[in-house]
Design a protein around this ligand. Structure first.
Ligand code: BYC
Length: 329
């Protein structure tokens, strides 16, 4: 069949909302776009653990510590679902990780900012996870099956992350003057980088039009950014804090909040590797990967042993749950 016919059938499927699965025919460029977006997304989840990991040992109470550990652990899980989804498109996990480590693959700009105070954990949850949810809920309907299915679970967990962040800020906002000041300071530092997370304006976004046609993206960068600003402009009132934008103002005619200009020079500077923490983040990732080599080697050796040693196939289950289940048989 000529290529053009394949492309027409593919587009018709997408238009009818039929999910594309790994063995289905797909245009090369669709495959490449998905590998780019899903792997960047996976890298963002993994690098995104670092700014918060920084606070696990210093969380102010046992409850806060347990919650933060759970959240960071969820992010590791999100990275793994997403690497698995990208692998179904024919790229190996090793290759994706290599591209991250040599600085070829991007990850979200937001994780290149520092987290000097506990209030940053609140601001990350409220603003960064809030922005992530706004961008990611539509991805639950992305045209590529494995990606859309991974996103459903991720979004459920992101909602818990966003609420824990808001709750941290709410607690600080009703605390002492110093705590209120910490809260405002964190909001001031995270607000602009958070609205940059949605990516460049639509007129300078090279990928949006095609990704919308393929129903990978369901809304443009500017549409999602505007929704996010509208929600945060109301939520900040509950905190009794301010968003650091003197031009933020309700526009009755548009039915949206207007907001001030975004510093796109800062955004591209961070995306191109020159943000406050780019170097530190990448070095920490590479070191963690190297330090963890023995775990991967041991897991492979164990899997091989189970494949070749017949006694291993009937070895007792290692988990209490499985051991309990076997008693019921
Ligand atoms: N940072 O044509 P565009 C999370 C790049 S949340 C860095 O609009 P596209 C988490 C873009 O890649 C964060 N680079 O691209 C939350 C492209 O460059 P290339 C991750 C960015 O793909 C809390 C160029 O700019 N979320 O994980 O149509 C805790 C032009 O942009 C950024 C996702 O990845 C940025 N902010 O739209 C832990 C969601 N923005 O690749 C973890 C899935 C743009 O052509 N991804 N660029 O060289 C998406 O929805 C889309 O990829 C984007 C960009 C909206 C981000």
């Amino acid at each position: 069949m000529p290529l053009q016919n394949h492309e027409e059938i593919f587009q018709k499927k997408v238009d009818r909302e039929v999910r594309i699965e790994p063995r289905d025919w797909m245009p090369d460029q669709y495959r490449k776009t998905l590998i780019r977006q899903i792997s960047q997304h996976a890298h963002s989840e993994i690098v995104g653990m670092l700014p918060e990991g920084n606070w696990i040992t210093r969380a102010p109470s046992l409850r806060r510590k347990a919650t933060l550990i759970a959240k960071v652990q969820d992010e590791a899980g999100h990275g793994l679902y997403l690497y698995s989804a990208a692998e179904t498109l024919g790229i190996t996990r090793d290759e994706m990780i290599r591209q991250l480590h040599v600085g070829k693959a991007k990850y979200s700009s937001i994780f290149n900012y520092p987290t000097p105070s506990w209030a940053d954990m609140g601001a990350i949850g409220w603003l960064v996870d809030g922005a992530a949810i706004m961008n990611q809920v539509p991805l639950c309907r992305a045209s590529y099956g494995p990606y859309s299915r991974a996103m459903i679970r991720i979004c459920k967990e992101e909602s818990f992350h966003q609420r824990q962040g808001f709750e941290i800020l709410l607690t600080l906002s009703t605390g002492s003057d110093a705590q209120r000041q910490m809260c405002q300071d964190a909001i001031d530092r995270w607000w602009w980088p958070s609205i940059m997370m949605f990516g460049p304006n639509d007129d300078s976004s090279p990928n949006t039009a095609q990704s919308m046609k393929w129903k990978i993206k369901r809304f443009t960068n500017d549409e999602l950014r505007q929704r996010f600003v509208d929600i945060c402009a109301e939520q900040v009132k509950i905190l009794g804090m301010n968003l650091p934008d003197p031009e933020l103002k309700w526009n009755q005619e548009r039915g949206h909040f207007d907001f001030g200009p975004i510093n796109w020079d800062e955004f591209w500077n961070v995306v191109n590797g020159n943000g406050p923490c780019n170097k530190e983040r990448l070095e920490a990732r590479v070191k963690a990967h190297e330090d963890g080599a023995w775990v991967r080697e041991a897991a492979v050796a164990y899997a091989n042993k189970r494949k070749t040693d017949p006694r291993q196939a009937t070895a007792p289950s290692s988990s209490h749950f499985e051991a309990g289940q076997s008693l019921l048989k």
